[in-house]
Design a protein around this ligand. Structure first.
Ligand code: WT7
Length: 567
């Protein structure tokens, strides 16, 4: 029997107090995610149980019990406190998927500070805007990434400490830099856990929108109530499972379900920090006997591409439940996984802003391949008419996905951007910014985003951010960035570029521009294609019409062009 039992029954009788009671939380009590994910599990008699099995490049392996992660997070928390970090200070984690990332995350939360995880492949410009906006006090990083911090540190007066976790003691440190080694530090047995309350800030995740700077999504400690129960009911993880979430904690899946969900449930989880290949992934599942696997459509499509034969080389019979998130999971991928793994991938839908899974296919529920499934019990979801913002009752009609506010893990604001936060609510609904329809059985079918944000391999990229970075390139006069179709990543970034006179629109220039963006922003934001144009389509008021370029890439109807300048 699955943890959720029967979906319809759960929906009928649902109250979030189910989660509060299991976590022995009472309103007004202290609630600290760092404590819940380590100390509490130890107190429940699981101190010696494995919390983390970590594998790096070359098969390097480290294992941590719940007592180990309790001590390690205490030690990091204590170190930060001694640096002068106080509650609500932002501490950025800028690390590959090494154990310090996971342990540091808990340590930051234990002292009441706010964890700001950032994807370690981010370039200096991506890093700068996010640290600037959050007025981050400290950054925890590795030797190999410290160069990016050095490049921008003069622009960051708030950043007091650059903490390097793998310094070899050789190269001299620069101003504000310091060394912390988990292996060498004296373990801190007792750390005073900061008495955070339900509404105390916990995590700040940056997400990209169509316009403006990336937005800092503020979450609070009470989000645990949602993450715990969704991990239990949707991912179906229990005491005996070996769980693998393939997401990087630079993104919300990697924190909500790569740290908080599994560890608050006291489950053993694995982390692989060694890149992607079908062989490496299957070997990892076989070796650690992974039972529950949370991954993403781009990875699944890459595995599909690698073929069925490679699957047969490994014993993957431990797999029991498979879940996917981040982008549309095509029906073929569901059917394929059923064929080769004997289990279908269950799609789940949510956002950085929602903090936890909102719509999903539940264990035991009939899957309609290609559908996202149904709202989590306790979540009221609907489709709104894009004109009137009233719920649409006819099955199959496309509208905007919206949720009734008030679930525990919902964002509390955008950091220093209350105005944009408020603009997300209309007629008492939270607008997701996505479009879908609901069929007659209540299943949600994803249609697309309602904005220009590019979802490449499950990662959101702002066309505005790429365009702004392109303009910093000496050869670029103007640019417009849209998505183009891609077999594996679904969408990739494409840039239309007008060059300044005197610059050659050739292959060298294309590579040069691509690399420029990769280094400044990230490999995800790097255009996979650059098309040189003489001019860009604009409205009479001078706004670039991305919609037109987008339609061309996707072979779609161009629609209303009555405001086009050249007409
Ligand atoms: C956007 C949120 C929270 C998970 C990681 C992404 C798209 C997410 C699905 C799905 C189709 C999906 C939406 C959403 N998305 N899940 N199952 N099917 N699209 O978090 O970076 O905040 O992105 O990802 O467009 O709004 P995120």
């Amino acid at each position: 029997m699955s943890n959720i039992g029967t979906y319809d029954e759960r929906r009928k009788n649902f109250d979030w107090s189910i989660s509060e009671e299991e976590l022995e939380y009472k309103p007004e009590n202290v609630i600290n995610i760092g404590w819940y994910c380590s100390d509490r599990i130890c107190q429940m008699g699981k101190a010696d149980k494995l919390a983390l099995i970590w594998e790096g490049f070359g098969g390097r392996e480290k294992k941590y019990s719940y007592n180990d992660i309790r001590l390690a997070s205490n030690t990091i928390g204590d170190f930060l406190q001694k640096c002068g970090i106080k509650s609500e200070d932002r501490v950025c984690i800028f690390l590959d998927r090494i154990p310090e990332l996971y342990l540091g995350f808990l340590g930051i939360l234990k002292i009441g500070a706010i964890a700001q995880p950032l994807f370690s492949a981010f370039g200096d410009e991506s890093l700068l805007v996010r640290l600037e906006n959050a007025e981050t006090s400290a950054i925890i990083t590795q030797r190999k990434h410290v160069g990016k911090v050095r490049k921008i540190i003069d622009k960051l007066p708030h950043l007091k400490h650059v903490i390097i976790v793998d310094h070899d003691g050789k190269k001299p440190l620069k101003e504000r830099e310091m060394v912390f080694s988990l292996e060498e530090a004296e373990p801190v047995e007792n750390l005073k856990i900061y008495p955070t309350k339900a509404e105390s800030a916990s995590v700040l995740h940056y997400t990209s929108g169509t316009t403006g700077l990336p937005k800092g999504v503020k979450h609070v400690h009470y989000s645990l109530i949602g993450q715990y129960l969704t991990a239990k009911w949707v991912l179906d993880i229990s005491d005996d499972d070996i769980y693998w979430c393939t997401a990087d904690p630079g993104w919300v899946t990697g924190t909500s379900y790569g740290i908080i969900g599994p560890w608050s449930l006291g489950v053993t989880q694995c982390v692989l920090d060694a890149g992607f290949s079908a062989d490496a992934w299957y070997r990892f599942i076989e070796k650690h006997k992974v039972t529950v696997w949370y991954s993403a459509p781009t990875a699944i499509r890459s595995l599909m591409k690698a073929g069925d034969e490679v699957v047969k080389k490994y014993d993957l019979s431990s797999l029991r439940h498979l879940v996917s998130v981040g982008e549309p999971l095509n029906a073929e991928a569901v059917v394929w996984s059923e064929k080769v793994f004997g289990r279908p991938f269950h799609d789940s839908y949510w956002q950085t802003e929602t903090g936890a899974i909102m719509i999903s296919n539940y264990p035991g529920m009939k899957i309609k391949p290609g559908s996202m499934g149904k709202p989590f019990p306790g979540i009221e979801a609907t489709i709104l008419d894009p004109e009137t913002y009233n719920p649409i009752s006819q099955p199959g009609r496309i509208g905007l996905i919206a949720f009734k506010p008030g679930w525990p893990s919902m964002m509390r604001t955008y950091w220093k951007n209350e105005e944009t936060y408020k603009s997300k609510f209309v007629n008492g609904w939270y607008l997701s910014g996505d479009r879908a329809n609901i069929d007659k059985d209540g299943y949600f079918w994803f249609i697309g985003r309602d904005d220009d944000v590019i979802n490449t391999g499950g990662h959101l990229v702002s066309p505005f951010e790429v365009e702004s970075a392109l303009l910093e390139h000496e050869a670029v006069a103007e640019s417009a960035v849209v998505s183009k179709p891609d077999e594996v990543n679904m969408e990739v970034v494409k840039a239309f570029v007008v060059l300044h006179p005197g610059h050659e629109p050739d292959d060298d220039m294309e590579l040069n521009i691509m690399n420029f963006i990769r280094k400044r922003l990230s490999p995800l934001a790097m255009p996979q294609e650059i098309e040189y144009v003489e001019s860009l389509p604009k409205t009479r008021s001078g706004k670039i019409m991305r919609r037109l370029l987008h339609a061309k890439e996707w072979g779609e109807e161009i629609g209303d062009t009555s405001t086009l300048e050249d007409e």
